[in-house]
Design a protein around this ligand. Structure first.
Ligand code: INI
Length: 163
């Protein structure tokens, strides 16, 4: 039996791109801070010139899939992390934005073979979003952990003769 699983410290040669939405940046900025803190503390070089981590800002969550697709297809990154916040209370077209970004992110991962972490919060209120972005916990940290795990797992699968 072969068991494949990702590690969280397997960061050498792992290049990561983050796509983050400016809409609700009170929330998304905090998600990004938590995400970068986690990546940095697990060995990812977050210095501007490192080339190991790049961040792309998009206007809103609706634009995330297009830019994630460009980054994932570039061949420069092993993982893409997406960060956004869609809040129902403020968003008459909440369902449209949520459906598009969810389907879009899944399609990018399938089409490119690059893991794309879905870090788009969908909440009823701003308070709920803030609670997930630092007031109680910061899911940006969790998304970073999932990115490290997937990057490591995909690397292990790629080195295997089985896959
Ligand atoms: N974008 C978000 O990321 N979150 C939202 O809550 C939101 N609201 O409220 O509308 C939102 N809208 C902008 C959208 O993502 C696009 O940027 C815009 O429609 C231009 O294409």
């Amino acid at each position: 039996m072969t068991v494949f699983e990702g590690r969280f410290t397997d960061t050498a040669g792992l290049n990561i791109a983050v796509v983050v939405a400016r809409f609700n940046d009170l929330v998304t900025g905090k998600l990004l801070s938590g995400c970068l803190d986690c990546l940095s503390r697990h060995g990812i070089d977050t210095a501007p010139t490192s080339g190991q981590l790049d961040v792309a800002w998009v206007p809103g969550s609706f634009e995330i899939p297009l830019v994630a697709q460009r980054l994932a297809a570039s061949g420069r990154y092993q993982v893409v992390i997406t960060l956004g916040a869609v809040i129902r209370g403020d968003t008459p077209h909440f369902d449209v934005v949520v459906a598009e970004v969810g389907k879009g992110v899944a399609a990018v991962a399938r089409d490119t073979g690059i893991p794309v972490i879905f870090g788009v919060l969908t909440t009823d209120t701003l308070q709920q979003a803030l609670e997930r972005a630092g007031i109680k916990s910061n899911l940006g940290w969790s998304y970073a952990m999932q990115a490290l795990e997937m990057g490591s797992l995909m690397g292990a699968l790629g080195r295997s003769e089985l896959c």
